[in-house]
Design a protein around this ligand. Structure first.
Ligand code: NDP
Length: 323
C-alpha cells in the first residue's frame, strides 16, 4: 500500500512516499481502507520531533474510511461499515489497523470526507466550549485563529451555546469566513492590537475566556484580554511553544485561571468519544454545524499540505486522499 513515512525528523521534505505491506488486524483491531485523512498541526509536531514518536513513523491522527476486515474478538463492526477515528497514528496511508474501541460509525448523512474533517478538530472544539470552559449566554469569548481548523468549529459551537464571540484572523478573507461562522466581531490581529480591540469591544471589561491555539505570539497578550477570574485556555502553539512563565502574572491580572488541555483526556473513555462524535454528527445532519473543507490533496502531496498549514495558507480543514 501507499503510505507517507517519516524516517528522520525535519521539514516537510521529511514526509516521504513509501510502499508498505497492508497491515493485518490483531485481536480487537479493525483494518480500515482509508478514504480521507485529516491534516492537523499535531502531524507537524510529530514530523519535526517536537512531540516524541518512534521512527520510522506513518503520521496522521485522523481519518475515515470503510472496514475491510476485523480482527478476533471485534464485535459490532463488519466489513463495509463506514467509520472514522482520531488519536491513532497511521492515517497518511491507504490502510490502517485501528483499535475497535477508537472507531465510531459514520451515520448515513456524513460522508467520509466530512467524517475525517469533523473528528479531531470538531471534538476539540466540542470539549473546549462544553467542558474546559462551559460557555453560557452572557459570556464573551475570544477565539484566536478563528478561520483555522479548530477555530472555525469553535466559533460555531460558542454561538450555539449562546456566547458572544470576538475572533482574531490573519487576513481579510479569513475574517470573512470567521464572520460567516458566526463571529460577532473579527479583529485582524496582524494589523491591530487585539488587546486594545478587545477592551474597546467589551467596554473595558474583558472577556470571560480566551481560547488560544496560537501560543507564543499571543499568550501573554491574551492574559490582558481577560476579565477578573477569567479563564485562559491555551490549547495549541501554531506560532511556537510558550516559554516558562511566572504564575504571579495570573494574580496580578485578576486571579485568572489557566489550563492547558488536550483532546485525549476528554475522549479517554468510550462514552465520551461516542457522545462528542455523535453530537457533532447530529449537528451536521441538522445543518447547525458547517464543515469547511478548503482542499483535498492527493496523499502524495502530504509535504505540500504541511507547507500550506505551517505557512498560514489554510482555512478550515485540509484533507489528504489516498485514492
Ligand atoms: P489551524 O487551522 O488553526 O492553523 C494554524 C493557524 O494558526 C494559521 O492558519 C494561522 O491563522 C494561525 N497562526 C498564527 N501564527 C502562526 C504561525 N506563526 N505559524 C502558523 N500559523 C499561525 O490549525 P489547527 O486548528 O489544526 O491547530 C491549531 C493549534 O491547536 C495547533 O497548535 C494544534 O496542535 C492545536 N490543537 C490542540 C488540540 C488540543 O486538544 N489541545 C487539538 C487540536 C489542535 P491566522 O492566519 O488567522 O493567524
Amino acid at each position: 500500500m501507499k503510505a507517507i513515512q517519516i524516517k528522520a525528523h525535519g521539514g516537510p521534505e521529511a514526509l516521504v512516499l513509501a510502499e508498505l505491506a497492508v497491515p493485518e488486524p490483531a485481536p480487537n483491531q479493525v483494518l480500515v481502507r482509508i478514504e480521507a485523512a485529516g491534516v492537523n498541526f499535531i502531524d507537524v509536531y510529530h514530523r519535526t520531533g517536537l512531540y516524541t514518536v518512534n521512527l520510522p513513523y506513518v503520521p496522521g491522527q485522523e481519518a475515515a474510511g470503510t472496514v475491510e476486515t476485523v480482527g478476533e474478538e471485534v464485535t459490532g463492526l463488519a466489513a463495509g461499515d463506514r467509520v472514522a477515528w482520531a488519536g491513532v497514528a497511521g492515517a497518511y496511508a491507504e490502510y490502517a489497523c485501528v483499535p475497535a474501541e477508537k472507531l465510531v460509525k459514520l451515520p448515513e448523512h456524513v460522508d467520509c470526507e466530512q467524517g475525517a474533517a469533523a473528528m479531531l478538530q470538531g471534538m476539540t472544539a466540542h470539549y473546549l466550549a462544553h467542558d474546559t470552559y462551559p460557555l453560557k449566554r452572557g459570556d464573551t469569548a475570544l477565539v484566536h485563529a478563528a478561520a483555522g481548523g479548530v477555530g472555525l468549529l469553535l466559533v460555531q459551537m460558542a454561538r450555539l451555546r449562546g456566547a458572544r464571540v470576538l475572533a482574531t484572523a490573519g487576513s481579510a478573507r479569513k475574517a470573512e469566513l470567521a464572520r460567516k461562522a458566526g463571529a460577532d466581531e473579527v479583529i485582524l490581529y496582524n494589523e491591530k492590537d487585539f488587546v486594545a480591540e478587545v477592551k474597546r469591544l467589551t467596554g473595558g471589561k474583558g472577556v470571560q475566556v480566551v481560547y488560544d491555539s496560537v501560543g507564543q505570539a499571543t499568550f501573554l497578550k491574551s492574559l490582558d484580554c481577560l476579565a477578573p477570574r477569567g479563564m485562559m485556555v491555551t490549547f495549541g502553539q501554531s506560532s511556537g511553544k510558550i516559554p516558562p512563565f511566572d504564575t504571579g502574572l495570573l494574580a496580578a491580572r485578576g486571579s485568572l485561571f489557566l489550563t492547558r488541555p488536550t483532546l485525549w483526556h476528554y475522549i479517554a473513555d468510550r462514552p465520551s468519544l461516542l457522545a462528542r462524535a455523535g453530537e457533532l454528527f447530529d449537528w451536521i445532519g441538522a445543518g447547525k454545524l458547517f464543515l469547511y473543507i478548503s482542499q483535498v490533496l492527493p496523499l502524495e502531496q502530504a509535504a505540500e499540505a504541511h507547507r500550506l498549514l505551517e505557512g498560514r495558507q489554510t482555512m478550515g480543514k485540509l484533507l489528504l486522499s489516498p485514492a
